[in-house]
Every structure is written in structure tokens, then in C-alpha cells.
Design a binder for this molecule. Structure first.
Ligand SMILES: [Zn+2]
Length: 280
């Protein structure tokens, strides 16, 4: 395995208030996607949570990095690899890049959470629904390799619509590649902590989102493999409410704890502290 120490930058050091303010005006009226309560954007506060039900509104990856970590240094920011020539794909990628200030649907790097050094991955649902392109897979694989080399825990915030259809089989192959890198990291006795955020679906759920040693989740996040409508039309039955919400996954043992966003960093820091690796 190679140690990748490519381009690092400090772009995440911008203040989160400014980032969100630039994106969504304070006076905008929003409805909570989970409970439906309507509120002004500014009422969501710095953590952007619904005051009624605790749902965490979707964050861009850089916003989350600023909100939950310090000393963030980006890895593989400019990873280059040619994209497949699928009609309209180049335009969609350009739009996503401009909107998220990312080159792919995941932001990776090193950071401190509550003072604890971690290798950090944050998927961005604003980048083509956090879908899995070949570069997304490569960046996540490199993150695990970096963490194994440097004996760091990995903290991964997942958000994905699944495979990226414009990349076909290359997209699907990423899941196996990442899973192999996760396994090496685990064999080295290092901690892998997953935080499921809204929404995490498709192949990501079927692979590295479910491979964590510890799995946390944000309240009411949607997590599943196939979409509810697909399942309903297959089994010809109406699914129960909250079938694919993390509270149901918690009841069924797939999630260790559902944690309100304002308390996440503190808990992650504590878990990382409790799992310091033994000397190799
Ligand atoms: Zn709500």
C-alpha cells in the first residue's frame, strides 16, 4: 500500500455561519423534511437541526468539517482521473463541483475531533446525491490506506444515493475496493466509526456504511438499500412508517446509537479516546 500525501489545503477553515448564510438566506421559510414543521432558516441554528424533532438538515461536506472538527487538512483534493463520456455527465459534474466546492462527492482528510486526531471522510449529498463515482471510491480507499499507514482511526460520515449510473460498472467496483481497504484497516487493530446521515442508500449502505466497528446515526436519517417505492411494488405491501429510518435500524441492531447532531463531536471524541491503538 502506498502512502498518499497529496495536495493539502485549508479551504475548510471558513466559518460555517458564512457558508450556510451564503447558501440559504436567513429569512427563507423551510419545512422539516421529517416532521413537516415550518420554520425560518435562521431558527435551525449553527447545527441546522429541527427544533421540533431533532432532524439534522443536510449539510455540505465542508460545512460539516467546520462544524465538527478542527485542524482539518484535506487529502487528495485534486485527484485526477478521466471521467467516462456519458451524455450530459460533464455538465452535471461541473455544476456539482461549483455548488459544493469539491472535485468529487466525498471530502477526505485528517482532522481533530474534540482534540483527537482522526482520518476523516465526509460524503456530500449535494454532489450528485453523494453517488459513488470512481474518484469517490479512490479517495475513500486512499483515506483508509493513509489511516492504516499512520495508525489513525477513520471517522466516516456517509450520505449517498448509491451507485452513479453514468459510471456504470466502475461505480459498483468501488464498493469492493473500499471494503478491502476497510478490512486491512481493521486487521491493523484500528477503529472505524461510521456516522449515518440523511440519506444513506444503495451500494454505500450495502458496503462500507455497514462495516464500522461502531455505527452512530443522526436522528431520523433515511438509511436503506432499495427505495421504499421499489420495495412496495416488489412485495405488493405498504411498508410501515419509519421503515428505513435510523430509529428502526437501532431497534433492529444495525445502529449502536442515534445521536443529536450538537452532541456528535463530543461522543466521537470520547469513543476515539477509549479506542487508542496498542503499540504495534
Ligand atoms: Zn422536524
Amino acid at each position: 500500500m502506498t502512502l498518499f500525501n497529496s495536495h493539502e489545503d485549508d479551504t475548510a477553515k471558513i466559518k460555517v455561519d458564512e457558508t450556510v448564510k451564503n447558501r440559504i438566506p436567513d429569512g427563507l421559510f423551510l419545512a422539516c423534511p421529517y416532521c413537516g414543521k415550518e420554520m425560518y432558516n435562521k431558527e435551525l441554528g449553527p447545527y441546522r437541526v429541527c427544533a421540533n424533532c431533532g432532524y439534522g438538515f443536510r449539510l455540505q461536506a465542508r460545512e460539516r468539517a467546520v462544524l465538527m472538527t478542527t485542524d482539518f487538512h484535506e487529502l487528495d483534493a485534486d485527484l485526477t482521473q478521466s471521467d467516462p463520456d456519458f451524455p450530459g455527465y460533464a455538465d452535471k459534474l461541473d455544476r456539482a463541483k461549483t455548488q459544493t466546492d469539491l472535485q468529487e462527492s466525498v471530502l477526505t482528510g485528517t482532522a481533530k475531533i474534540e482534540g483527537e486526531p482522526v482520518a476523516l471522510g465526509i460524503m456530500d449529498s449535494y454532489f450528485m446525491m453523494g453517488s459513488m463515482g470512481a474518484k469517490t471510491g479512490e479517495k475513500i480507499t486512499r483515506l483508509f490506506e493513509y489511516a492504516t499507514q499512520n495508525r489513525l482511526p477513520v471517522v466516516m460520515f456517509t450520505a449517498s444515493g448509491g451507485a452513479r449510473m453514468q459510471e456504470g460498472i466502475n461505480s459498483l467496483m468501488q464498493m469492493a475496493k473500499i471494503s478491502a481497504a476497510v478490512a486491512e484497516h481493521q486487521e491493523a487493530g484500528l477503529l472505524y466509526l461510521v456516522v449515518l446521515t440523511d440519506p444513506t442508500t444503495g451500494g454505500v449502505t450495502a458496503s462500507f456504511a455497514m462495516q464500522g466497528d461502531i455505527t452512530l446515526a443522526e436522528p431520523h436519517a433515511l438509511v436503506g438499500f432499495a427505495g421504499a417505492r421499489v420495495i412496495e411494488s416488489t412485495i405488493h405491501e405498504k411498508l410501515p412508517k419509519d421503515f428505513q429510518r435510523v430509529e428502526t435500524l437501532l431497534e433492529n441492531g444495525f445502529v449502536d446509537q442515534v445521536v443529536p447532531r450538537p452532541k456528535l463531536a463530543q461522543l466521537i471524541g470520547k469513543i476515539v479516546r477509549l479506542h487508542q491503538p496498542q503499540e504495534a
